[in-house]
Design a protein around this ligand. Structure first.
Ligand SMILES: [Cu+2]
Length: 186
């Protein structure tokens, strides 16, 4: 009887261990698939950049920020590895009288309490200026995000194809950076 109980306990433990290992694997797979970062009550989702054609001097990068806290915060600055780009700016794209306009947000981007802000093609985005090399699909590069209250977090930007993480065909047509390489549009 004792032997039976022991073997039962043993297999139960083995099962528990197996489940734990499985859960870990699933978690690891999920993390590799759509990466994210936590900083205080902020959750940063899937930082990515769009691949650029050879010779491009600017690139766009995107991510989401979710604030589960009760105080508003603000994304005030972004930097990326110096071998990637000279600087990163926080931009807004808007349409005024049918004309697409880009502007830099000098005070950064407000992240409301309990809210989620998406930087995505066609809207808010990070502008990588003075690109040092083409952004190649499948590559990744390091960057840091600085928030007014939550502080600074290091993130990896993954370079995705023209259609973005979803690979949605036609998304390239809405590329806010088409024709954004000239200083006149800034
Ligand atoms: Cu821009």
């Amino acid at each position: 009887m004792t032997a039976f109980l022991n073997s039962f306990r043993d297999s139960a433990q083995r099962l528990a261990f197996g489940l734990l290992a499985l859960a870990f694997l699933l978690f690891a797979f999920d993390a590799a698939h759509a990466h994210g970062y936590k900083l205080g009550s902020l959750e940063i989702g899937h930082p990515w950049a769009r691949m650029t054609p050879p010779g491009a001097k600017v690139g766009g990068a995107y991510l989401t920020v979710e604030n589960s806290g009760t105080t508003p915060d603000r994304l005030v600055s972004v930097s990326v590895a110096p071998e990637i780009a000279g600087r990163a700016e926080i931009h807004e794209m808007s349409v005024t009288d049918g004309v697409m306009k880009m502007q830099m947000l000098p005070d950064g981007l407000a992240i409301p309490a309990g809210g989620k802000v998406a930087l995505a093609p066609g809207g808010y985005h990070l502008m990588l200026q003075d690109l040092k090399q083409p952004l190649k699909q499948g590559a990744s590069f390091k960057g840091t995000l600085t928030f007014e209250k939550a502080g600074t977090v290091a993130v990896d930007f993954k370079v995705e194809g023209m259609g973005g993480p979803g690979g949605a065909p036609g998304a390239a047509a809405a590329d806010p950076h088409a024709g954004h390489g000239t200083p006149a549009t800034n």
